[in-house]
Design a protein around this ligand. Structure first.
Ligand code: F6R
Length: 607
C-alpha cells in the first residue's frame, strides 16, 4: 500500500519519478505527489487524480534529486493536502508507506514546539521530527533520531532543500529497495518502478537506513552500524510489467496463467519424482515430523488455502486448518509444535498475514513455510521453508494468476506429504505429475471460452446481487468467483456451499438474483443438480459452469458454460478461470476501473 520512488542523478529525475509512480500505482491511487530539490528549494506538486494527472502537472519541473509517492489513504481523506510528500518548514520533505501508531502523541508534542500541521496524516509528524533534529545538519543522523521515536511501520524517503545531492531512505515493516545505477541511485517500493533505469538492486532489511548520494550509498542497520548488503540483478524484465496487446492488466494476467503455471511447475515437471527439497533445504528434516497443517492467509490467498484443505486431508491424510490471518492473530489458539504453519501471499507483505506468522512463531510454532510470489519479501524471509510461485508481477488489484499458481504449489505440498506418509504410490505419483504437466494446456482451452463468457456477462450488468454456489473443494472456488465479481464490478456477490441454500439464502432467489454454479463432474454432481433444481423451482436464473459429461442441459432459465475437460483433483484450478473472466467482462459492461477498483489497493501493508 502506497508506492514510493526516489532518485538522485545528474539529470532531471522528474521523468524517473513519474514513470516509477505509474508502475506503482497499483499500490494505491487516491492521490499522488512529488518533490524535487532545485536551487535550494523544495518544488512540490500534488494531485488527487491519477499519476497521469500528476505527470501533466509536473511537466515543467526540473530537479536532480526528488522523491515521489502514490497514496492509499489511511489517516485523512484522499485530498491534495493529505497527499505526500509532506514538508516541514520548507526544508525537509518526506514520503511514507506504513502507519505511525504513536503519531497523535508526537503531533501534540511537535505542536507544543511550534510546528504547524497542514494535513491529517500520520506522516507529517515524521517530516517535523526530522526537521527538529536537523539542526545538526546531518540528514541521516536526523532521520535516525526521528525513527527512534516512531512506533509502527514505515518505508520512507527524505530530502532536505539544502542538501541537493543526497536522500535518505529507511524501512521497517514496509518494503523498500535500493536501485544502483551508473553514478545515480534510486529507491522504490518494488522493482517494477526501477526497471526503466536499472536492474541492479539491494534489498534493504528490517530497520535499515540508507544514505544515498550521487556516487555511492551507505547502509546502516537497526543498531546504527554500517553494513554491506548484497547486490542482486533483478530477473524481471520491462515487458513483464507492460500491458502489451491487452486492455487491462487483469485480462493480461488471466491470459498469462498457462505460462505462469508452467513456470511455477518447471523444476518439478522436469523431474521424475517429488522430493521435500523443493520447499527448501530444511524440508527433508521437517516434513517427516509434521502432524498437521495450519494455513494462514487473507482474501484470495485464503481461498487457495481452503481448496488445499480438501487435498491435504483426502490425499495426504493430514489434518489441516485454514484461518483468516487477521482473525488468527488475535485469538487464543492451542499450538502444536509439530504443526506446519503455511502462509500464502502474493505480495509477501500483507500485514495481517505477516503478523499471523509472527504470532504463530511466538506461540511456539517453528515449522513455517511461505508460498509467495515475491522473492525477498518479508513473509519469505521470516519463514524457514519457502516455495516461490513464478507468476511474474501481478499488477491488477484483483488477484488471478497468483491464485492459480498458489494452488499448484499447495497441490505439490499435498503430494510430497502424501508420499512421506506412505499414501502415494509410484503409479499415482506419476499420474499426478502427468496431470500437472497437462494443466497449462488445459487452462489454455478454458481461456478459449472467453467470447462465450463475455456474452454471459451481459446478463449481469444490470444486476445488484449474485449468488455463487459450489460443493466440496469447489466451494472455495465459488467464494473466489464471488470475491472477484464484487471487488471489480461492485455487484454484491456471496458464495454458499450449495447444500446450505435451503437453510436460508434460498429466500433471496428470484428473477433478479443470478445464481452462478460451479458444476464439475465429481462425486457431488448429483447432489448439486438437486440444489440447482431448488433454484429453478423458485424462478431463479442459473449460470452453470459445467465440465465434461455433466449432462446438464441448457433450458429456460439455465445458461450453461461447457468446459472441455474435467481435471479430477486439479479441477478447482480449471474452474477458477471462467469465473475470473466473468468478473472481468461484467466489470467491462459496468465501466468500472478494472485494474484499480475503488477503495482497494494491491498490497495491504496495514492492519
Ligand atoms: C483479491 C485480492 C486480495 C488478496 C489479499 C491477500 O483479488 O487480491 O483478497 O488476495 O489482500 O493478499 P496477498 O496474497 O498479497 O497476501
Amino acid at each position: 500500500m502506497c508506492g514510493i520512488v526516489g532518485a538522485v542523478a545528474r539529470r532531471n529525475v522528474v521523468p524517473i519519478l513519474v514513470n516509477g509512480l505509474l508502475r506503482l500505482e497499483y499500490r494505491g491511487y487516491d492521490s499522488a505527489g512529488l518533490v524535487v530539490v532545485h536551487d535550494a528549494q523544495l518544488d512540490r506538486v500534488r494531485s488527487t487524480g491519477r499519476v497521469a494527472e500528476l505527470a501533466l502537472k509536473s511537466s515543467g519541473l526540473y530537479g536532480e534529486l526528488g522523491i515521489a509517492h502514490t497514496r492509499w489513504a489511511t489517516h485523512g481523506i484522499p485530498s491534495e493536502r493529505n497527499a505526500h510528500p509532506h514538508v516541514s518548514r520548507n526544508l525537509i520533505s518526506v514520503v511514507h508507506n506504513g502507519i505511525i501508531e504513536n503519531y497523535e502523541v508526537l503531533r501534540a508534542e511537535l505542536t507544543e514546539q511550534g510546528y504547524e500541521f497542514t494535513s491529517d496524516t500520520d506522516t507529517e509528524v515524521i517530516a517535523h521530527l526530522i526537521h527538529s533534529h536537523y539542526a545538526q545538519g546531518n540528514l541521516r543522523v536526523a532521520t535516525q533520531m526521528a525513527l527512534a521515536q516512531l512506533v509502527g511501520a514505515y518505508a520512507i524517503a527524505v530530502v532536505a532543500a539544502d542538501n541537493p545531492h543526497q536522500f535518505i531512505a529507511a524501512r521497517k515493516g514496509s518494503p523498500l529497495l535500493l536501485g544502483v545505477g551508473e553514478s545515480e541511485h534510486y529507491v522504490a517500493s518494488d522493482m517494477s518502478a526501477l526497471l526503466q533505469v536499472t536492474k541492479n538492486v539491494v534489498y534493504l532489511e528490517e530497520g535499515d537506513v540508507v544514505e544515498v548520494n550521487l556516487a555511492n550509498y551507505r547502509i546502516f542497520d537497526a543498531k546504527g552500524n554500517a553494513v554491506q548488503r548484497p547486490l542482486h540483478v533483478s530477473e524481471l524484465d520491462n515487458d513483464s510489467v507492460e500491458l502489451g496487446e491487452y486492455q487491462h492488466y487483469m485480462q493480461k494476467e488471466i491470459h498469462e496463467q498457462p505460462q505462469a503455471l508452467a513456470n511455477t511447475l518447471e523444476a518439478v515437471c522436469n523431474s521424475q519424482s517429488l522430493v521435500p527439497g523443493i520447499f527448501g533445504a530444511e524440508a527433508a528434516g521437517i516434513f517427516p515430523q509434521v502432524e498437521s497443517i495450519l494455513i494462514l492467509a487473507c482474501g484470495t490467498s485464503n481461498h487457495a488455502g481452503q481448496v488445499a484443505r480438501y487435498w491435504l486431508e483426502e490425499i495426504a491424510g493430514i489434518p489441516c486448518g485454514v484461518e483468516v490471518a487477521s482473525e488468527y492473530r488475535y485469538r487464543t489458539s492451542v499450538p502444536n509444535p509439530k504443526t506446519l504453519v503455511v502462509t500464502i501471499s502474493q505480495s509477501g507483505e500483507t500485514a495481517d498475514t505477516l503478523a499471523a506468522l509472527n504470532h504463530a512463531k511466538a506461540t511456539g510454532h517453528s515449522f513455517t513455510l511461505a508460498i509467495c510470489n515475491v522473492p525477498e519479501s518479508a513473509i519469505v524471509r521470516q519463514s524457514k521453508l519457502r516455495f516461490l510461485t513464478r507468476a511474474g508481477p501481478e499488477i491488477g488489484v484483483a488477484s488471478t494468476k497468483a491464485f492459480t499458481t498458489q494452488l499448484v504449489v499447495l497441490f505439490l505440498l499435498t503430494l510430497v506429504l502424501a508420499k512421506l506418509r506412505g499414501r502415494l504410490d509410484e503409479n499415482r505419483e506419476q499420474q499426478f505429475l502427468q496431470e500437472l504437466r497437462h494443466l497449462p494446456a488445459a487452462v489454455q482451452k478454458v481461456l478459449a471460452l472467453e467470447p462465450q463468457i463475455a456474452e454471459l456477462a451481459k446478463h449481469f450488468a444490470d444486476k445488484h446481487h449474485a449468488l455463487f454456489l459450489g460443493r466440496g473443494m469447489h466451494f472455495p472456488i465459488a467464494a473466489e468467483g464471488a470475491l472477484k465479481l464484487k471487488e471489480i464490478s461492485y455487484i454484491h456477490a456471496e458464495a454458499y456451499p450449495a447444500g446450505e441454500l435451503k437453510h436460508g439464502p434460498l429466500a433471496l432467489v428470484d428473477r433478479d438474483m443470478p445464481v452462478v454454479s460451479v458444476a464439475p463432474n465429481d462425486a457431488l454432481l448429483e447432489k448439486l443438480k438437486s440444489n440447482l433444481q431448488e433454484v429453478k423451482a423458485r424462478g431463479g436464473e442459473l449460470y452453470v459452469f459445467a465440465d465434461a459429461n455433466t449432462h446438464i442441459k441448457e433450458a429456460d432459465g439455465i445458461h450453461i458454460l461447457q468446459m472441455p475437460e474435467h481435471a479430477g483433483f486439479l479441477s478447482p484450478i480449471l474452474h477458477t478461470v471462467p469465473l475470473q473472466l466473468l468478473a472481468y467482462y461484467v466489470a467491462l459492461q459496468k465501466g468500472t476501473d478494472v485494474d484499480k477498483p475503488r477503495n482497494l489497493a494491491k498490497s495491504v501493508t496495514v492492519e
